[in-house]
Design a protein around this ligand. Sequence first.
Ligand code: HEC
Ligand code: HEC
Length: 294
Amino acid sequence: MRELKILAVVVFFSGVLYWGVEPFAHSKLHPHVEPADYTFADVDGLQGMNGDAIKGAELVAANCTACHSIESQGFPKIMDDASSAASYGVVPPDLGTSGAIYDENFLAAVIKNPAKATKTEHKFQDGKTHPMPGYDWMQPQEIADMVAYLKSIAPAELTNKEVYIDACQRCHSIKYGDFRFDGTKSSMLAFTPDENIKAYMGIVPPDLSQYIRSRGEGYLHTFINDPQKHLEGTAMPRVGLTKAAEDQVVAYMTEVGDSSKPKREALAGPFLGYLVIFAIFAWLWKAKIWREVH
Ligand code: HEC
Ligand code: HEC
């Protein structure tokens, strides 16, 4: 009877902590935000238009390749990274994969008005302009053609790391992605040198090696999809990835920052089994000792 009472007290206090204190603390530390929206319903996107990839090829070659490389289509970088960072504040990404990783409506919206689509208009006021010119003077059909072209050249499958490189690495290092013990530089440093990105963003974007642990998956998804929801006024642009591409980025951050996760999860079953067997033995042992005492 006494043991049951002790059990009841333990259950009661664990319950208070588990259902009362913990959810309360969690709601204070991680205020609730709306879930990620992969439809990008708020942007001025394609408006249901279908593009012509062949016409789009010409338009992209004429308008975009002065700043952006498209290595897979024979458009190399015109400047090295240091020079383009000095010119634009940030190294423009290669566009070979953008048709696959970005949502098509978001992509159209970025081409029309990059600051608006990425929700960073507050950064570009008082004469400051986004380093990429908007193309909203073009016909909507021409924008749709360029999107169709970018989709037509994008590879059907990308590795998690490739998505990360094109979506995030122009701004963020993720050093542990390629940690070198011999003292040479990691190949996963940000493409843009610190002093340029600091001048452009006002802050050096953090190294992302450990963010999967400090922030967790849920936060990362809503943050990438719309950073303003979590950090109002932040300089980080909304990165309009498709759900699949965003999953790949978060998977890459998990591979880098929490590489033992699969092992740990595989251990759960055997470990619980061990606890059950151990509990049986412990109980048998206790029963034996008490039998001898009485
Ligand atoms: C004058 C140089 C310049 C030109 C021309 C230019 N861009 Fe950009 N673009 C940039 C820079 C710089 C960035 C990175 C901005 C940032 O990350 O804040 C960028 C970013 C992008 C992105 C990534 C957006 C995101 O939210 O991550 C896409 C997609 C893109 N450009 C497509 C295009 C297309 C398509 C064209 C042609 C119609 C084009 N750009 C023309 C400089 C340029
Ligand atoms: C154009 C530059 C740029 C790009 C591209 C970019 N970021 Fe950021 N990011 C920033 C800046 C600047 C900050 C710092 C924001 C602040 O402290 O206000 C930041 C902050 C972050 C943070 C920290 C958030 C926090 O809670 O402190 C995470 C996580 C992050 N970025 C993830 C990503 C991922 C993942 C990608 C690619 C999908 C990405 N970023 C693309 C500029 C960028």
